[in-house]
Design a protein around this ligand. Structure first.
Ligand code: CA
Length: 229
């Protein structure tokens, strides 16, 4: 058995942080609580956890800035991020997803729902590393499932855990249209109730990262996406 996953909880409201710490511990995780953005960022970069739960409004450095830093650093870029957003922070939520956060939960949140999201995100991150599968190739784009690595024109492309899962899913089903709802279910692990624009945001970011190979992901208007080999 692997040791229990370490989860950084970055939240300045002590009552919320305590509830999260208590519930994560009860579910067998190892929570590490930080009340300031700057302290949290330093600790996460020094010893990356398996997942980060990130409040956006924080003293020191705010959540979006932390997100930006973590996604820029190859050592921390693939750590799944779940944002905690408050009412009135819809714009920040979209920016966060654009920056590479994997999911968000709006405050006030239901603890059970947050735990389900955390487990789904961890499962997806782990499932991206299915062992002993050969590389998926299309033009200069190569995806190595084992190594969790993607290359375009022999340069490594840094993808988040969700972007990697999404690209692998599309490449494995090349030539077949994948609907947004199907993608949410199979890549994100959600049955319903999640805004399908989440898919569009991730595809847009993925295309940007794929550069010269971006056109392999075709938008099928009103339906979803199709990968071209
Ligand atoms: Ca806050």
């Amino acid at each position: 058995m692997d040791p229990a996953p370490r989860i950084a909880v970055v939240e300045d409201e002590t009552d919320i942080a305590e509830i999260l710490q208590y519930n994560l511990q009860r579910e067998g995780f190892r929570p590490e609580v930080y009340h300031r953005g700057d302290t949290a960022l330093a600790a996460i970069e020094a010893d990356p956890p398996q997942l980060v739960i990130l409040d956006l409004m924080l003293p020191g450095i705010d959540g979006l800035e932390i997100c930006r830093h973590l996604k820029r650093n190859p050592r921390t870029a693939s750590i799944p991020l779940v944002m905690l957003t408050a009412r009135g922070e819809e714009t920040d939520r979209i920016v966060g997803l654009e920056l590479g956060a994997d999911d968000y939960v709006a405050k006030p949140f239901n603890t059970r729902e947050l735990l389900l999201r955390v487990k789904a995100v961890l499962r997806r991150a782990g499932a991206g590393r299915t062992p002993s599968e050969g590389p998926l190739v299309a033009g200069s784009l190569r995806l190595f499932p084992d190594a969790h690595r993607v290359e375009v024109e022999q340069n490594e492309v840094t993808l988040t855990a969700t972007e990697f899962r999404l690209l692998a899913h599309l490449m494995q089903r090349a030539g077949r249209v994948q609907g947004r709802e199907t993608l949410l279910r199979e890549v994100w692990g959600y049955s319903s109730g999640v805004d399908s624009r989440t898919v569009d945001t991730h595809v847009r970011r993925l295309r940007k990262k794929l550069g010269p190979e971006s056109e392999r992901i075709e938008t099928v208007i009103g339906v979803g996406y199709r990968f071209h080999r």
